[in-house]
Ligand binder design. Structure first.
Ligand code: SIN
Length: 336
């Protein structure tokens, strides 16, 4: 499975770099074109070969797990990626993992991997806002920074590194369409910063959760075919919203619904009525907020549960994994 090994310092532990595509592997016809490129063109081995100093601190292994524009990210790729992450995390000669990924859904992949891997070693997703063919691409420095974090003593958990900043999978969010520094952790702030190959931490590294529900999630995602993962959709509240989209999704057999509510979880009365009917009929419903900062603060008379601070896209992943571990979801598991 492994594509290439790069080393200038044998005997040291490896950092494994898994490629999944994205703008970081994108190509445009002109070096000045940072928009009209095609994502996911350059192999991860080629990206790494173009950064000779990457092996200064230790050897690197690369593997191409997927080659996709992350807007097209699928459960199938997530399942393969989680399997390769678990494989390499179990190797004693691997210190940490870097994953090159598109920026558009990196926060969802990071959240998913934290939930299903709960790694005690660092798994660092990184990306680029400019294609590999740009006059001044940002990808190589981001990969160098991500590898530095993967080698940093004490680093652990699933992280995103972009533009010199280290974020936790739980709270990172893409907040800019174009700037190189495109991410934010909202109210929580970043975990730290990468400076000249070192990490300056301002928050603690993410720790693995040990609850029984978490243990079930860690096990089950491997065992159920991706095609059988529960269908959870996102609907949004807005001026003039109605219950029509919810009713159509319920008619199609959706198992879970996350609503990106307004403000502190408020919903148009017609949308709320449709969601309450869906919930009464066995569909799991979760209320997140479409606000970039803050969280839905629960009230005693809430009739729809809130997302406990998760953004709509992460609440969707969490709900999908919870449904996968419910008795009905677990029945789909193949022995493993
Ligand atoms: C993608 O998400 O794969 C394309 C966009 C990007 O990486 O910035």
């Amino acid at each position: 499975m492994q594509d290439s090994a790069f080393s200038s310092s044998p005997g040291q532990p490896y950092v494994v770099i898994l490629g999944t595509g994205g703008t970081i592997a994108g190509l445009a016809a002109r070096v000045s074109d940072n928009l009209g490129y095609t994502a996911a063109q350059v192999g991860v081995g080629q990206l790494v070969a173009a950064i000779p100093s990457l092996t200064d601190a230790g050897p690197v292994l690369t593997e191409q797990v997927a080659q996709v524009d992350s807007k097209d990210m699928s459960f199938e790729v997530w399942k393969q990626l989680a399997a390769r992450v678990k494989h390499y995390l179990a190797r004693e000669d691997v210190q940490g993992i870097v994953i090159t990924h598109g920026t558009d859904t990196i926060e969802e992949t990071a959240f998913f991997l934290q939930a299903v891997c709960q790694p005690a070693k660092p798994v660092v997703l990184t990306c680029a806002m400019r294609p590999a063919s740009a006059l001044v691409p940002d990808g190589p420095q981001n990969v160098l920074d991500a590898a530095a974090v993967a080698r940093f003593k004490g680093a652990q958990g699933v992280l995103v590194v972009c533009a010199g900043t280290i974020y936790a999978a739980l709270d990172v969010q893409k907040v800019h369409t174009y700037q190189l520094d495109a991410f934010s952790s909202g109210d929580d702030g970043p975990l730290g910063y990468v400076e000249e190959g070192g990490a300056r931490m301002v928050r603690n590294w993410p720790v693995a959760k040990t609850s029984p529900a978490q243990a079930a999630i860690k096990l089950i995602a491997d065992r159920v075919p991706a095609s059988d993962w529960p269908r959870v959709e996102i609907v949004m509240n807005y001026a003039g919203a109605s219950g029509a989209v919810v009713q159509a999704l319920v008619a199609q057999g959706v198992q879970g619904l996350v609503v990106a509510a307004t403000g502190n979880g408020t919903l148009h009365q017609d949308l709320e009525a449709a969601l309450l009917v869906a919930q009464a009929n066995g569909v799991s419903v979760v209320r997140a907020t479409r606000c970039v900062n803050g969280r839905v603060l629960p009230k005693p008379d809430d009739r729809l549960p809130d997302s406990e601070g998760l953004s709509p896209v992460k609440a969707r992943v969490a709900l999908m994994l919870n449904l996968l571990c419910s008795p009905a979801g677990a029945r789909q598991a193949v022995p493993g």
